[in-house]
Design a protein around this ligand. Structure first.
Ligand code: 5GP
Ligand code: MN
Length: 343
């Protein structure tokens, strides 16, 4: 964050404020971990803070400290709007453009009269925030919240529950500390979070060893549908609405499934196409290894975006047509995919 913005924000926060903190729609571990940690911090330092999430977050995050107090914009609409209208500032965490909260909530935020503060690590943030802390090189928004507390010279205020939330955000956005974005600084921060009470084994257990029987069977179906295109170092997975129904799909059940496609030897580009009859779209997740930018690919062809190596998008065509379109795009990237990740 620029010096004068930080100075202004510090002055603003010197008075007790009503604060609303917002993650993106379909919040993941980083979105929930970073918002809940910042929310507790503000509540412990004389402010009144509330997390207002656009919609429900997955079951494997419902154990997160403070998550019971989250207000859901779609289900608790009146309460959510009241919190927003009574707030002196809104923090936008883990997303870069207002539409990422979904149309309904975006309409409310667009007419908001006070300032936004944005803390985010996605590419190309929209110019909506009076206070902007954007850094695409940082692995997670949770790590950025830790740095934000450093800027406020107040990491001593990190409690065990805040450390637990921040650890969860860093762990989930780094694929358990394995992506290239995981730096020595990340590990130093994680060490500090463990010292402050984060129980790494329990957090891993809550997030990764909480599968339902049906979720594993859905994964089995996804792996059955896996297709590899070695010529383009690409692999992809599809899941139809009928398959989701068969295994009693619940939100969050397909989280991380795309990584199985990327785990194939010599594959550098992976995608999962998930039919969503309710939203009338095919929701797509892209992952890559190395220099091939799935952010650009998602932006250019699938009305989406994200990071260089992890992005998402959507299509309004049928599942089959979407996959056919995807395959038709690959030849023009043959060379880029070949060169993306050289040992
Ligand atoms: P995931 O595939 O896990 O849903 O998302 C991967 C990354 O891409 C996340 O950082 C997420 O915020 C971003 N992302 C996912 N879907 C979209 C989308 O439709 N639009 C944009 N701009 N970003 C997305
Ligand atoms: Mn994130």
């Amino acid at each position: 964050m620029e010096k004068d913005q930080l100075h202004k924000l510090k002055t603003f926060l010197a008075t007790p404020r009503n604060i609303v903190i917002v993650p993106h729609r379909n919040p993941d571990g980083d979105a929930m971990g970073s918002t809940l940690a910042l929310c507790e911090y503000f509540n412990n330092t004389n402010h009144t803070a509330t997390v207002v999430a656009p919609n429900e977050y997955p079951e494997f995050l419902r154990w997160l400290p403070g998550s019971k107090n989250v207000i859901l914009f779609d289900r608790q609409n009146k309460q959510a709007k009241r919190a927003i209208n009574n707030s002196d500032i809104i923090f936008l965490l883990d997303f870069n453009a207002l539409h990422r909260v979904g149309d309904d909530m975006a309409n409310t935020l667009e007419v908001y009269e006070n300032d936004f503060a944005m803390i985010d690590h996605h590419q190309q943030p929209d110019a909506v925030a009076a206070y902007l802390y954007s850094d695409t090189s940082i692995c997670s928004t949770a790590q950025m919240v830790y740095h934000f507390l450093e800027m406020l010279q107040n990491t001593d205020a990190i409690t065990k529950s805040m450390a637990t939330c921040l650890y969860t955000g860093i762990m989930t956005d780094t694929g358990s500390f394995r992506f290239r974005s995981t730096t020595s600084t990340t590990h130093r921060i994680v060490a500090d979070l463990i010292e402050k009470g984060a129980e790494n084994d329990k957090i891993h257990g809550h997030v990764y060893d909480a599968n339902s029987y049906n979720r594993l069977l859905l994964l089995g179906q996804a792996l059955t549908n896996l297709k590899a295109l070695p010529t383009y170092k690409t692999a992809f997975i599809t899941l139809s609405e009928e398959e989701k129904k068969r295994f009693e799909y619940k939100k969050g059940d397909t989280e991380g499934v795309v990584n199985y496609a990327l785990s194939l030897k010599d594959i550098v580009f992976a995608a999962i196409f998930i039919e969503d009859v309710e939203q009338k779209i095919i929701k797509i997740s892209f992952r890559s290894k190395g220099s091939f930018s799935v952010n650009l690919f998602a932006r250019n062809y699938f009305d989406g975006g994200g990071h260089i190596n992890a992005a998402g998008g959507k299509s309004t065509k049928s599942l089959e047509e979407t996959v056919a379109y995807f395959k038709s795009l690959l030849p023009r990237y043959k060379e880029a995919l070949e060169k993306s990740y050289e040992e």
